[in-house]
Design a protein around this ligand. Structure first.
Ligand SMILES: O=C[C@H](O)[C@@H](O)CC(=O)C(=O)O
Ligand SMILES: [Zn+2]
Length: 279
């Protein structure tokens, strides 16, 4: 398990490229046949890359130990989206969920025994998950792509034509903290979240994916008046501290999964930053 501590903006502004990458980039989210875990001290959000091959995978005791409990979800909730290519079979306390690519799963606090399998090991599933502390137990459930109410956003003129899908949010199902969605850019569109925003009340993590190996996203972070960039490649995640913008331009199109935890669950609670205010 990797640990990422919380960084003050004054420290971040003094970092070089390697330092920014060490603190904010999760370089290897998926390793076939394993569960990769990153513990962040931003709202204690955990980032999980679950990549079952022939054998089902379970959370090991190291993860529960990191949270100081007997089993990982004893005092936590979890949300995950299957990024494919194959279907996933998740069994949570005896309840089976089959997830096609672009389907999500929410597991409530108190879910003790969870196993993740690929329905066809030669076409494995990969589940990208986030977990945050939870004060109450809400029902576990699957969320389909249609339920995520795809919403078109942006335009060709501003190179940001994309569809935002909201999978985990309070309009659809109750969670304690977690919000999660998937935004997919159209061919030829490269910008996400420009004009950018901050939301000091919630941290956010982006997983960039659906990119060929030679593609990159120049992810923008930092206080609006002190921006920096991190070059992010396929299936890498980047942590956005509460004081930071989180935006990016790709050398081609891509998709990204955004996930948040913190003080409120109102998607519209953002502090917009006009382009003219960026430095
Ligand atoms: O706080 C919300 C997030 O930053 C994302 O939802 C932004 C996003 O999906 C997009 O602009 O496409
Ligand atoms: Zn945001």
């Amino acid at each position: 398990m990797q640990t990422h501590h919380a960084v003050h903006p004054e420290q971040a502004e003094a970092l070089d490229t390697a330092g920014l990458r060490r603190h904010f980039l999760i370089e290897r989210v998926f390793v076939p046949g394993t569960i990769q875990a990153t513990y962040t001290h931003y709202d204690r959000m955990m980032v999980l890359g679950v990549a079952p091959t022939a054998e089902p995978l379970r959370f090991d005791s190291e993860l529960a130990a990191a949270a100081g409990v007997e089993y990982l979800l004893e005092r936590r909730e979890l949300a995950a989206i299957n990024i494919g290519p194959g279907e996933a079979e998740v069994v949570a306390d005896g309840e089976a969920f089959r997830l096609r690519p672009d389907e999500a799963l929410y597991l409530g606090r108190g879910t003790r025994d969870v196993s993740f399998a690929s329905a066809e090991p030669e076409r494995p599933a990969r589940l990208y998950g986030v977990s945050a502390p939870a004060h109450a137990s809400h029902p576990s459930r699957k969320v389909t792509a249609a339920e995520a109410s795809p919403q078109p956003l942006g335009s060709i003129e501003t190179s940001n034509k994309r569809t935002i899908n909201k999978y985990i949010h309070d309009g659809l199902l109750p969670t304690c903290q977690l919000m999660m969605g998937l935004t997919r850019l159209e061919d030829g569109s490269v910008w996400n979240t420009m004009p950018p925003h901050t939301h000091d009340r919630r941290m956010e993590v982006y997983l960039y994916f659906e990119m060929p190996e030679d593609r990159a996203v120049l992810h923008l972070m930092g206080r609006p008046e002190e921006t920096r960039h991190i070059v992010v490649r396929n299936e890498q995640a980047v942590i956005s501290p509460p004081w930071s913008i989180h935006s990016g331009a790709g050398t081609g199109s891509y998709a990204f999964i955004w996930a948040m935890a913190g003080d409120n669950q109102s998607f519209a609670d953002m502090d917009a930053v006009p382009v003219g205010a960026l430095r």
